[in-house]
Design a protein around this ligand. Sequence first.
Ligand code: ADP
Ligand code: ZN
Ligand code: MG
Length: 491
Amino acid sequence: MAQAFAAGLKSMDYEAVIGLEVHAELLTNSKVFCGCSAKFGAQPNENTCPVCLGMPGALPVLNRRAVEFAIRAGLASRSTVAACSRWARKNYFYPDLPKGYQISQYELPICTGGAIDIDTSAGSKTIRLTRIHMEEDTGKNIHDAHGDSSLVDFNRCGVPLLEIVSEPDIRSSEEAGAYLRKLRTLLQYLEICDGNMEEGSFRCDANVSIRPRGTTPLGTKVEIKNMNSFRNVERAIDHEISRQAAVLRDGGSLVQETRLWDPDREATRSMRSKEFAHDYRYFPEPDLLPLVVSNEWIETVRNALPELPDARRQRFVASYGLPEYDAEVLTARKDVADYFEAAVRAHANAKAVSNWVMGEMLRLIKERHLDAALIIRAWPVLPERLAEMVALVDGGSISGKIAKTVFEAMVKTGKAAPDIVAAQGLTQISDAGEIDAAIDAVLAANPDKVAEYRSGKDKLFGFFVGQVMKATQGKANPQKLNEILKKKLQA
Ligand code: ADP
Ligand code: ZN
Ligand code: MG
């Protein structure tokens, strides 16, 4: 059905216009305006105090670390960091917001401008950022957990958030996905957000409109919420583009509203007509001073920035001689890139290490459904151990094929490659005499096949190789085996 809609959209020649609002929870130890722990996973309402519960008379005290994280994000995204920004109260009632207002930033956010470069199948493109502002997170309502009542957990109240708002520069779900992945990679490199969409530490609202291709005025936008994976964001956007095109094609008109993505139905449904900024009665927060960031502070943060993903990717190509593709895959996650570099430091065959990391390792990780945020923490093979195994292959001790068996055993047992090779007798046979004997035995057992081969049936060569490998449990050095076998068959 989605395809039929998309075809309809094409024939009417609309283009999609998309702007994303990302909420990123910051990895500070404590909350943004009080000393409560900001860690995920505590007992309900364990991490609360009078400040984050909004008790009368309790006053907020700014966590400087959260500001530092916002500056990092701003600098890494080429934004302008404001010398002075201001806190604002955003007023509304909801049970997960005990104060009745959220402390946010409004007219004067900490960062403005900036851009994120993305790569898509159509090439690279720059998505401009409107702003990055700081705010506090709300609590969490838990519905139907306890009979027909709802529960509320205030642990998340006051956890620092960055809201990163893009300009409406995105034109497709593919670009939206590329932008989100790039942004998440960046925040992970900066070590300011773990980027876990399932746990809600990286959340995205998508604003979608369409307009006749070639025109500039923006169409009526719809905001979509409740997408907890990249895949869902992409599907929700595609679905929304098709829905809007269908409405217009049928002569209807669109209303500005907020819609919820329902992953089970693969559809969006209307939640509320869109609120406007003036509904929130924003006003400057009276309990906090304006946020002043000195040039000195900005420069200190700038000097401490880690190497960023694009730079690291280029360095992987330039200094390890890796193909672009490898560099892209390896640097998409900081922990994977760190792992790769640690292994190469231990054994300097970058391409071989890259093949193992990108191939077997990421494949096994996917198979085991290891949580994306936990990949390296939960991975049993230390980079030095992988390096040691690659060194065994490079030194001719084991064949590439046996290495796969060894690698799987390493993953299962956590043991070192040399120990596994010794214990299971997997050392490659490179000794000519031993290979010689194995070949002789195979040839002697198959005189008719030998005769056929000699009368021109070249294809049988593979059969002999297979038999010798079988006899040696895959341990014969393949090059030596080929050489010797060829000679013997010629005789
Ligand atoms: P709101 O006040 O509803 O939050 P904003 O103007 O602040 O709206 O924009 C929020 C997000 O919506 C931004 O990412 C912006 O790029 C995007 N946006 C604004 N207008 C449109 C539109 N007509 N179509 C698609 N996205 C839009
Ligand atoms: Zn608190
Ligand atoms: Mg807005």
